[in-house]
Design a protein around this ligand. Structure first.
Ligand code: ZN
Length: 242
């Protein structure tokens, strides 16, 4: 079985389409949240994701903000502009889909959260200390998160306090060790200085994981962001991945 693991699409349809084409065949899609926010195509991304096979999709902080569940004041100035724009542009159908999304799901041996298992929608796992503290908040061998837009894995294989940070190579299949927290990176707004869309392929039977990257037409999306009246910074950052 092949599971396509994606996160943080952020209304970037061009990146999403390229990921879906590059992923090859897959039986299921696990999407770790933030379908909308920052990008110019929120309704198109919602429509595309909701039609994918075997879909599990989580609520991200930008999705919650678009629904009015989080105040715009919780975001920085430019992110606020994009939250307001997204609220104004989401269709009733898209809103209804987002409203039904769960914050956390356990699927087989994997706990899925947008931010962290401890604080599902908001917490960023950006360092070893935060990663270490989160291991007691899930019981499964694996936990998949998004939110930081950084492809990494945190491994606690000795079951004690030591946690290792690993950034595995792309296009190389690795066999996972329990217990591990994994982040597939971001489809629509990578922040690891690599502008290519990030995703991962997980095999729940073989316990294998493969990080993948794929280039897409960044210029086209930047143009659409500017034409939509979204902040220029959200266009700029896409060319360098920050
Ligand atoms: Zn995000």
């Amino acid at each position: 079985m092949r599971v396509l693991v994606i996160s943080d699409i952020h209304a970037n349809l061009a990146a999403l389409e390229v990921v879906l084409a590059d992923a090859g065949s897959f039986d299921a899609v696990w999407c770790l949240g933030d379908l909308v926010g920052y990008g110019p195509d929120p309704n198109e991304c919602v429509a595309r994701v909701r039609g994918l096979p075997g879909l599990i999709c989580l609520l991200g902080n930008h999705d919650a903000a678009a629904l009015g569940q989080i105040e715009v004041e919780a975001f920085n100035m430019e992110a606020r502009q994009s939250v307001r724009w997204t609220r104004a542009n989401l269709s009733g159908e898209s809103l209804a889909f987002l409203r039904d999304l769960p914050e956390q799901v356990v699927s087989g041996e994997v706990t899925l959260s947008h931010g962290s298992p401890r604080n599902t929608v908001w917490e960023y796992i950006l360092d070893l200390r935060v990663a270490r503290n989160n291991f007691e908040f899930f019981d499964t061998p694996y936990c998949f998160v998004g939110h930081t837009h950084l492809p990494v894995m945190y491994q606690n294989s000795d079951g004690l306090g030591s946690v290792r940070l690993l950034v595995p190579e792309t296009s190389k299949q690795v066999t996972l060790q329990p217990r591990t927290i994994l982040n597939p990176g971001s489809v629509g707004q990578p922040r690891d200085r690599d502008p290519r869309a990030a995703f991962a392929i997980f095999d729940p039977e073989l316990k294998t994981w493969e990080y993948r990257r794929v280039a897409y037409d960044v210029g086209k999306v930047q143009k659409r962001i500017l034409e939509a009246g979204l902040p220029a910074r959200h266009a700029l950052r896409l060319s360098e991945g920050w």
